[in-house]
Design a protein around this ligand. Structure first.
Ligand code: FAD
Length: 496
């Protein structure tokens, strides 16, 4: 590298960290400005009385994305954490006494399918082989595009395949045309929730997530998900990145059409290029003057956001039986809850929810003999949030959870913290308190996502879950790489 540039990155989430690692390894002078006192963004930790809680992501999917990231810097995941495949991957509780423990082995899953619905085992193998094709095509090519222009997607092979494999119909239609048993349908539709959308609005190309789920598997880094953040920080700092915590950016100053100064409360940082890993809406609406914004409030208001969440971090002073590491409570009507998230935004009448118990796998996240629980209830973004509402839903979830597992443990709770819409807004400047960006519906995919390159400010870029490729830890890491490659390309071409 011959030209060394000053790059200022706003936010130390996965996307900001990833971009920083690539650009610093390319020889640039990289600073990350992070408003919070810990790196990691939505994947921070909260520690109390011997418990360590991952505050956001808990599912480690698509392990090859992490591996590829570390390999780029001459490392492997094993250099930083001990990765374990979970088996069973997760449990789904249904109505009544029904539940399925989803095994890691595909042959065993096929047996479960066959047992529930005759002939569905072979259909699952066929469904997964199509999902594998979609996954491989997306991951080897399309997911890596900056998605600036529609012409990037003018590929007759892919257009032909799209029609042949009905990629643009809904995931729901695809799944339900092949499987009838409601438990199997809900198992195959569940990954769409990771995409911040409902199966009827998620394009069928995302059945590639079923391949990620069932074939590639559910993993866990011992020590917790924040270990990924710690590993990325090591790589970033090892390459010379200067991570400045508790440095909230208050303004990006545009001088002669370029982002030249980044202001925090007490300092000004000079930049050759600025990459915003902070929430897109906040960056544009708060940090930029009106004339430099690509999207206005009307645009944002018309977007379908992913849900927000009501979360609880709970320490229990005894072991809680009948829970696995990941537990999905699908014992209420999915349609009603989805309606209350997306169409009539309101607190749910009978919520579906998720409980993670990482202490089932990892003794380091709770004191000996105790349990570390994380509860998540998806919630419409932008609605009222209050202590009273949080507590009301804590009681609803605890009652159902304790009944389902046949164990009372509410009195054994020794640590408890709630986290909801208002916290997402305060801690991350999250638009409407969304948890994971934009919903992955067709009209908000690829070129229809907010752009990575500002069309108005030459050296200003965006990365993270609100731009391409989308929400989730692996996509955010990829997003950081794509933006870094574009910035590098522009520097080499003397455009910055
Ligand atoms: C509850 C929850 C559960 C999830 N579960 C999973 C899961 O199981 N698996 C999975 O793969 N994904 C999951 N996700 C999604 C995943 O965590 C996110 O997609 C990913 O972490 C987003 O990374 P990011 O870098 O885009 O954004 P962020 O992590 O939000 O990073 C943005 C950073 O910018 C900082 N910032 C904002 N404004 C400013 C400013 N003005 N100045 C300085 N800094 C600023 C913020 O503090 C933050 O650190 C979950 C998310 C949540 C919230």
């Amino acid at each position: 590298m011959s030209i060394k540039k000053k790059i200022v990155i706003i936010g130390s989430g996965f996307a900001g960290l990833s971009a920083a690692c690539f650009l610093a390894a390319d020889g640039h002078d990289v600073i990350i400005l992070e408003k919070n006192d810990q790196p990691g963004g939505r994947a921070r930790i909260w520690q109390k009385d011997g418990f360590t809680f991952d505050m956001g992501p808990s599912w480690y999917w698509m392990p090859e994305v992490f591996e590829k990231f570390f390999n780029h810097f001459g490392k492997t995941t094993a250099d930083f954490y001990d990765l374990r495949r979970l088996d069973p991957s997760y449990r789904i509780y249904y109505e009544g006494k029904e539940k399925i423990d989803v095994p890691a082995s595909l042959d065993e899953i096929v047996r479960i399918f066959e047992h529930k619905e005759k002939g569905s085992g072979n259909k699952l193998r066929q469904f997964l082989s199509e999902a594998e094709y979609k996954y491989d095509t997306a991951m080897s090519d399309y997911v890596n595009r900056i998605s600036d222009k529609v012409t990037e997607f003018f590929d007759f092979k892919l257009i032909g395949k799209s029609f042949q494999m009905h990629l643009l119909q809904s995931l729901r239609k695809d799944v339900r045309s092949k499987f009838k048993h409601p438990h199997l349908v809900s198992m195959l539709e569940f990954p769409s929730l990771f995409l911040g959308s409902t199966p009827d609005h998620t394009p069928a190309m995302y059945t590639m997530m079923n391949y990620a789920d069932i074939v590639l598997g559910t993993w866990y880094p011992m020590g917790g998900m924040n270990r990924i953040v710690q590993a990325m920080v090591k790589i970033a700092e090892g390459n010379g990145v200067n991570i400045k915590l508790s440095q909230e950016v208050t303004k990006i100053n545009i001088i002669k059409g370029k982002a030249k100064e980044v202001h925090t409360k007490d300092k000004t940082y000079i930049a050759d290029s600025v990459i915003a890993g902070s929430d897109y809406h906040h960056t544009e609406q708060t940090l930029l003057d009106t004339g430099y914004r690509t999207y206005d409030e009307k645009y944002w208001d018309s977007r379908v956001m992913s849900p927000s969440s009501l979360l609880f971090y709970i320490g229990v002073n005894k072991k809680v039986p009948n829970l696995l590491h990941h537990n999905l409570f699908f014992d209420e009507d999915f349609e009603t809850h989805a309606q209350e998230i997306y169409h009539t935004p309101s607190w749910p009448s009978a919520p579906l929810f998720y409980v993670s118990a990482p202490s089932k796998t990892d003794p380091t996240v709770a004191p000996e003999g105790m349990e570390n629980l994380f509860m998540l209830m998806p919630l419409a973004p932008g609605i009222e949030d209050s202590e009273a509402l949080r507590e009301k839903y804590f009681k609803v979830m605890m009652k159902r959870l304790q009944t389902k597992i046949g164990e009372q443990f509410e009195r054994n709770i020794v640590v408890k913290r709630s986290y909801c819409i208002n916290d997402f807004k305060t801690d991350y400047h999250s638009y409407k308190g969304n948890a994971y960006g934009l919903a992955n519906i067709l009209t908000q995919t690829a070129i229809w996502k907010p752009k990575m390159k500002s069309p108005k400010v030459k050296n200003l870029f965006y990365t993270g879950q609100l731009t391409v490729p989308g929400p989730g830890v692996p996509p955010s890491i990829i997003s950081g790489r794509i933006v870094a490659e574009e910035v590098s390309r522009q520097i080499k071409a003397n455009l910055i």
